[in-house]
Design a protein around this ligand. Structure first.
Ligand code: BES
Ligand code: MN
Ligand code: ZN
Length: 494
């Protein structure tokens, strides 16, 4: 699917025309790029269907008089309650209906008031994200993938002036790359672990070395020599080889170095503390790693001016004759000893060594780690918002601003001294699981904090949104969301 921009009167032939409207734009329809015949047809459609522009309201009509055979009207609701997510959802919804009705080409309009008030750059970003995310499906294991039957080939977004179109063009590529990278993360997160295993992730990363990113994959022996005993302990029960995937994008004259670290549990059975519920969803326990890998993919295209390191701890938490056990004690790469209290609290262990490695090797100016770390984060915030933790409020603000611009919802939660106290061990310095379950997202973050020294660090617990239960026009059923990718890209491309 190609997306381009246009202005002035509608050009060429198109299979479908879609118009997004606020509720106060319905009465007097003003769309500069549409001819009077098409406007007449739309006005008739509004009257006949009693279309009121309510949020998510959609009507369609076939017409022989209009500039396209299929007309779609989509409501944005009240202007006062507008949120960018609505525009993304609207773009996804019109794309899907056009595609389902066998349209190959779509022209997308919004009325005057929408484009006057909102910047063309921001409108473009939201529309492009909505279109690309809405177009994504995961159907390659089906007999006949839908792509072979129904596929939009071209979407043209119309703007009310040449100046607005120029502004839009300046944001188009970045918006496309970030949404396509997000789709790539969804792909990784949705495939099961017998396909996306640790070696698969390493092989995907290595493909980036053809595109200017240096990729190193540390194997078990190299990790042993480095003393990454926490990560290795988690992997002991699995036949899958653990991989520490390190990607280095290093442009000339880079003034800063940022590092992204991802939890890459290709499957989390819980280990000996085996999970009793929803284990099948744990194929998505590598979504943090997937976000890092997909973001590096976007970075190879957008070429930011900073050095960016991507690190993925790719491991399986399985049950085997050599599984690590509750009560075992291991020494982390940074020398701290950890008593294992629960083998299902494995994410913090692999991240601890990956973070210590990253800090020591690259001395970054800022770290962001992404992890489907705790069910407690989901309990705290629900399935629509991820949890942010930090040891440095300036860095946190930068990351949260990037999330805001990217249109990803995050919320700051604390790491109090008491949370850190909860992670002190009995027989070792630390324990991986506190005595009680309260504040589980915070105590997990407090554990990670022990492994980053003074490096500005933000931890995003993406367990809430990584594998959403709720479908929408931009999120298909039973698929990973690709959480975090857009935020990471915003952070380094500004
Ligand atoms: N991968 C899970 C966390 C998770 C749960 C992600 C639900 C997505 C949805 C993590 O490894 C885990 O098992 N966490 C435990 C921690 C506990 C043992 C301290 C949890 O959240 O119950
Ligand atoms: Mn677990
Ligand atoms: Zn896990």
């Amino acid at each position: 699917m190609k997306i381009n921009t246009s202005t002035g009167v509608i050009k060429g032939k198109t299979d479908a025309i879609a118009v997004c409207l606020f509720d106060d734009e319905v009465k007097t329809l003003k769309i500069p790029s549409l001819d009077s015949k098409t406007l007449q047809e739309l006005t008739k459609l509004i009257a006949a269907s009693k279309f009121a522009g309510k949020k998510d309201e959609q009507v369609l009509q076939y017409s022989q008089q209009a500039a396209a055979p299929l007309l779609i009207l989509h409501g944005l609701g009240s202007r006062k309650e507008f949120k960018w997510q609505q525009l993304r959802l609207a773009a996804g919804a019109v794309l899907r209906v056009a595609r389902d009705k066998n349209a190959k080409t779509l022209a997308l309009f919004s009325a005057d008031k929408l484009v006057e008030e909102l910047s063309a750059e921001d409108v473009t970003k939201a529309l492009v994200h909505g279109l690309v995310l809405g177009n994504w499906r995961f159907d390659q294991y089906r007999k006949t993938p839908m792509k072979e039957i129904k596929e939009l080939t071209q979407v043209t977004i119309y703007y009310s002036s040449a100046a607005r179109q120029r502004a839009a063009e300046s944001k188009l590529e970045a918006a496309l790359v970030s949404a396509e990278s997000q789709n790539l993360a969804r792909e990784y997160g949705t495939h099961p672990a017998n396909i996306v295993n640790t070696e698969y992730l390493a092989a995907e990363a290595k493909k980036l070395s053809r595109r200017g990113i240096k990729v190193t994959v540390l194997d078990k022996n190299q990790m042993k020599r480095l003393g990454m005993n926490l990560l290795l302990a988690v992997s002991k029960g699995s036949a899958m080889p653990p991989k520490l995937i390190v990607m280095d994008y290093h442009p000339r004259n880079a003034k800063k170095t940022y590092a992204f670290v991802g939890k890459g549990l290709v499957f989390d059975s819980g280990g000996l503390n085996i999970k009793v519920a929803s284990m099948e969803e744990m194929k998505s326990d590598m979504c943090g790693g997937a976000a890092v890998l997909a973001a590096m993919n976007g970075i190879a295209q957008l070429k930011p001016k900073y050095r960016v390191i991507g690190v993925i701890a790719a491991v399986e938490n399985a049950v085997g004759p050599d599984s690590y056990r509750p009560s075992d004690i291991y020494t982390a790469m940074n020398g701290k000893t950890v008593e294992i209290m629960n083998t299902d609290a494995e994410g913090r262990l692999v991240l601890a060594d990956a973070l210590a490695y990253t800090v020591k090797t690259f001395k970054p100016d800022g770290i962001v780690d992404l992890a489907t770390l705790t069910g407690a984060a989901v309990v705290s915030l629900g399935q629509m918002c991820d949890a942010v933790f930090t040891n440095n409020d300036n860095w946190r603000r930068e990351v949260m601003d990037a999330a805001e611009r990217a249109g990803e919802r995050v919320w700051h939660l604390p790491i109090f001294e008491e949370h850190s106290k909860d992670m002190e061990g009995e027989t070792a310095e630390l324990r991986n699981f506190p005595m009680h379950r309260w504040g589980g997202a915070c105590t997990a973050a407090a554990f990670l904090k022990e492994f980053v020294d003074d490096t500005p660090w933000v931890h995003i617990d993406i367990a809430p949104t990584a594998f959403p239960g709720k479908v929408s026009s931009i999120q298909p059923k039973a698929t990973a969301a690709g959480s975090g990718v857009r935020t990471l890209l915003e952070l380094v491309t500004r």
